[in-house]
Design a protein around this ligand. Structure first.
Ligand code: SF4
Length: 389
């Protein structure tokens, strides 16, 4: 499964920092996922626009001429504006902090970094790099809702690229600070390490994993990173991992033990998500002309609907009946419309959070354990209310 095609690095490197968690942990995945098209997603497009707005706001902050991207943006919202403004403010505070410490920070926005010393053909772009006499800061903006820690490989690789670039120019740099700024989930995660340690890790560990991945060698390994693998729908290793759960069907004695149920509970979400993905993949393949033995394409269930709403409304109104219902916007829609601040001022005292339905989660979950007494109390309250209605 060797990979021999050599090419100049482009913006989307074969071993990109953004997919590093996957190819570092499952080295053959780099080659395997190349065989599937990158279908993109609305979330990715939204993230790209948010990054562009961040870049513009930082340029504005630093007095660098740039064209306002907002008019041409497809996914621009008040929420995006708030998130990107927050990021610019965060960078401003970082700069002020370094200035106050007399460290004369230099700020680099959307800095291209060359990673080829450690990762074949790879380049990357770091959202913001701040260089001082002794320190280097890498700050990465994430618009997604899936939490990314500052210890992520992607950020560490950006930090490595920035150190490669600046360590020669600023010889006294010895400490590396890494931050993930993720406003939509209210997370700012920071970590730091010695630059010497970073270079040691890159030389001893990263380079070896990257070379294996580049050659399409090494062992498959299932983990969190499979979520971002284009081969996940048909990867045999992942299928075997998911179907391990099927062993319980044939187990003796006839009833599952509590330990076995715990095991199934821990796997059921990823199993459902994987199986749904396989079904979506197979449907698309069938629509493209593939045939799966024992399966056929049919028309799904359909519900009645009006072909022309305006025409329906006109006819019903002419018959003397109001066809519309007045409905208040939901909480999230109102919060979006008013903006977080006005929403808070106007409605905070009217927002309540009813007790959520009990659910089973792993013990590692941060939420406090429910006492059975409180569950019983809530169930009785609900019953009382229903009886009195
Ligand atoms: S789905 Fe997971 S195990 Fe399979 S190739 Fe991709 S990352 Fe590796």
């Amino acid at each position: 499964m060797g990979r021999t095609v050599k090419r100049m690095p482009d913006k989307h490197a074969f071993l990109s920092p953004s997919s590093s968690e996957r190819w570092y942990n499952c080295t053959p995945s780099a080659w395997l996922s190349e065989q599937f098209p990158d279908l993109g997603s609305v979330f990715a497009a939204e993230g790209t626009e948010a990054h562009r707005l961040c870049e513009f706001l930082l340029h504005e902050l630093l007095g660098i001429p740039d064209v306002d991207p907002r008019p041409g943006m497809q996914y621009y919202t008040e929420e995006m504006e708030e998130a990107c403004q927050g990021y610019a403010q965060f960078i401003r505070e970082k700069i002020e902090k370094w200035n106050a410490a007399g460290a004369s920070p230099k700020v680099f926005v959307e800095q291209r970094v060359d990673l080829r010393e450690y990762i074949p053909e790879s380049m990357g772009t770091s959202d913001c790099v701040i260089v001082t006499d002794h320190d280097i800061e890498i700050i990465d903006f994430k618009y997604g809702m899936h939490r990314v820690p500052a210890s992520s490989l992607q950020l560490r690789i950006y930090a490595l690229g920035a150190c490669e670039l600046f360590a020669g120019l600023y010889e006294d740099i010895n400490r590396v600070h890494m931050t993930i700024y993720q406003p939509r989930i209210g997370s700012v995660d920071e970590s730091e390490m010695d630059m010497a340690e970073l270079f040691r890790w890159a030389a001893q560990d990263l380079r070896q994993r990257a070379e294996l991945a580049f050659a399409g060698q090494g062992d498959f390994s299932v983990g969190e990173w499979c979520r971002n693998c284009r081969a996940r729908r048909t990867c045999r290793e992942l299928a075997a991992h998911q179907l391990e759960i099927a062993k319980y069907e044939f187990k003796e004695p006839p009833l599952l033990s509590d330990e076995e149920i715990s095991d199934v509970l821990g796997r059921v979400d990823e199993l459902v998500s994987w199986a749904t993905g396989v079904r979506e993949y197979a449907l698309q393949a069938a629509l493209d002309g593939r045939h799966f033995a024992g399966w056929k394409l049919v028309e799904g269930k359909s519900v009645r609907k009006f072909s022309d709403d305006a025409c329906v409304a006109a006819r019903v109104e002419a018959a003397g009946i109001d066809p519309y219902e007045k409905k208040m916007l939901g909480l999230t829609a109102l919060e979006k419309k008013l903006g977080k601040k006005d929403f808070q001022n106007l409605l905070a005292d009217l927002v309540v959070r009813p007790q959520g339905k009990p659910m089973l989660v792993p013990v590692s979950d941060k939420r406090a354990e429910l006492s059975l007494a409180s569950v019983e109390f809530a169930a009785n309250r609900e019953k009382e209310v229903m009886e009195n209605e």
